[in-house]
Design a binder for this molecule. Structure first.
Ligand code: NAP
Length: 250
């Protein structure tokens, strides 16, 4: 019997890379996508292969429908099955107020974080749905605690893009529950990855950690644990759930 296959968008770094490695240790074959960081993505693939699992890294901008379709086609051709999808690729932007937002900023944010998530979910549902001849599967969305908190004076657009993802999780979970597909989300809090620097705030974790009830940021591995559980057969009756992984930052 072939191993189960998971596709993780944005698997070159941070939470996606930790999820890829954790999934491989649990016996999954893993496809990761990335946007720019070719070397980091291929280092993740090498680590997975050294664990004895199959792996591939594919450059695919989730802001492009065409590139998303190519990504899923590659999974079809090279792996022949898709058992789980982790919709993890996401971006933040510079800290700004809503009054300062440009159209360009809003279009980029929603194209990558929201429309990209919907298009990836669509491609997975088409392949997994038992009513379409698939074997069922699991979709895990990587949302954010920002969807609860709103991220004022930081990035309300990012928070809103994740709020849309949460509602997609609830609606899609019900839409495909009878077709063998579970859909859940994790909502990480302050996690130690490069994303803060990419938003122009490299000190964000250190600065905000004291405001977290647990008084620390989380690790990508702590988020990966929950994602891999949601992907797996160990959570067979869990769908439509939004799980906070935020050290009590609610
Ligand atoms: P990260 O370290 O910045 O990694 C982001 C990943 O997404 C990278 O693999 C990156 O690829 C990929 N990516 C970015 N834009 C992409 C695009 N247009 N197309 C395809 N891939 C793209 O971020 P992270 O902290 O691990 O974040 C992962 C997810 O967790 C995001 O959805 C984020 O919103 C969410 N999250 C993070 C935190 C946190 O505190 N870190 C908290 C809550 C939620 P390249 O390496 O090629 O650039």
């Amino acid at each position: 019997m072939t191993n189960k296959v998971v596709l993780i968008t944005g698997g070159s770094r941070g939470i996606g890379a930790a999820t890829a490695l954790q999934a491989a240790t649990k016996g999954w074959d893993v496809v990761i996508s990335y946007n720019n960081e070719h070397a980091a993505a291929h280092a993740v693939v090498s680590s997975i292969e050294s664990l004895g699992r199959r792996a591939a890294a594919v450059q695919a901008d989730v802001g492009s429908e065409e590139q998303i379709q190519c990504l899923f086609t590659l999974v079809d051709e090279q792996f022949g099955r898709l058992d789980a999808l982790v919709i993890n690729a996401g971006v933040v932007d510079k800290a700004q107020t809503v009054a300062e937002f440009s159209l360009q900023r809003l279009e980029r944010m929603f194209r990558i974080n929201t429309i990209g998530a919907f298009l990836c979910a669509r491609e997975a549902v088409v392949r997994m749905s038992t009513s379409r001849g698939g074997q069922g599967g699991s979709i895990v969305n990587v949302s954010s605690i920002a969807a609860r908190l709103g991220a004022p004076r930081q990035y309300v657009d990012y928070a809103a893009s994740k709020g849309a993802m949460d509602v997609m999780t609830l609606g899609l979970a019900k839409e495909v529950a009878a077709e063998g597909i579970r859909v859940n989300a994790v909502r990480p809090g302050l996690i130690d990855t490069d994303i803060h620097a990419s938003g122009g705030q490299p000190d964000r974790l250190v600065r905000l950690a004291p405001s977290v009830p647990m008084k620390r940021g989380g690790t990508p591995e702590e988020v990966a644990n929950a994602i891999v559980w949601l992907m797996s057969d160990e959570s067979p009756y869990t769908t439509g759930s939004l799980i906070e992984i935020s050290g009590g930052n609610l």
